[in-house]
Design a protein around this ligand. Structure first.
Ligand code: F6R
Length: 258
């Protein structure tokens, strides 16, 4: 793993993630093909979208894929990830909504919708930079503990912990969907660059286990240790349980161009 770890406040982390994305998508090689971004939902990536929006980049050639979507919310539901990504990323960044795909959680056959989404990523040539948050239980996208490292986009059941974490966006816990379509851990690992963000004390234990613990399907985010290009951006609170050597090693590698 080329782990670059930077401890910064969320605003600064947003700028650094935007630097990574900008450097990637403005490379010469993209003059001939589309750059493909992987979007995350939740509160974590918001500073990144805000930083990118401030740069007013011309991103009309960029394609995008979301990490996941709830199953069963009607199309246009304000908490559907399609609505959230449209409002937090697509519109502020000036992306073409038709070029940003979110798994269809309202599909009659969600399993088929998952497989179709996986094919669409492949057809686009794969994801260049994938943004990731981490769940307090170590999930990546909606790959809950126990998910196979080889998993592809599919329907999953959400854990009680994840539903409780996400109930802050709904009127009540009962309104939080029980299932989602999520990119698999195998899908995420195919992205050429990963940017994992973690903010707040609630993420500290999961981040330490993911970066320093054994690589295990019990801790889905630990799979990032096997990726060749990972940038981890954490604030002080989320980094508070990391060993000093991890922070130092990450800081040194973040000074080297990757
Ligand atoms: C969102 C996603 C989830 C979140 C994670 C953290 O697309 O895939 O894995 O990244 O649950 O959520 P927040 O950022 O709200 O703390």
């Amino acid at each position: 793993m080329t782990l670059r770890l930077v401890v910064a406040d969320p605003h600064a982390a947003g700028e650094l993630a935007a630097d990574e994305i900008e450097a990637y998508v403005t490379q010469e090689e993209f003059s001939g093909r589309d750059a493909v971004l992987g979007f995350a939902t939740g509160s974590t990536p918001l500073p990144v979208y805000a930083a990118l929006a401030r740069r007013e980049l011309s991103l009309s050639y960029v394609r995008g894929f979301a990490l996941d979507e709830y199953v069963g919310l009607p199309q246009g539901h304000p908490q559907s990830y399609a609505s959230v990504i449209l409002c937090e990323a697509v519109e502020p960044l000036g992306l073409d909504p038709a070029r940003v795909l979110v798994p269809n959680g309202a599909a009659h056959d969600p399993a088929a919708a998952g497989a179709e989404f996986e094919r669409a990523i492949e057809d686009a040539g794969g994801i260049d930079v994938q943004l990731l948050g981490i769940g307090s239980n170590g999930h990546l996208a909606f790959n809950e503990p126990g998910s196979s490292f080889d998993s592809l986009t599919r329907v999953v059941e959400l854990t009680a912990e994840t539903r409780l974490d996400n109930s802050r966006y709904f009127d009540s816990l009962d309104d939080v969907p029980t299932h989602a379509i999520t990119q698999g851990l195998g899908t995420i690992m195919r992205a050429r660059s990963l940017v994992l963000l973690a903010f707040g004390e609630r993420k500290a234990a999961a981040l330490a286990a993911a970066l320093e613990g054994p690589v295990s399907e019990d801790m889905p985010a630990s799979i990032v240790q096997r990726h060749p290009r990972v940038l981890v951006l954490a604030d002080e609170a989320a980094a508070s349980l990391l060993r000093r050597e991890t922070v130092e090693r990450g800081r040194r590698s973040s000074l080297r161009p990757s």
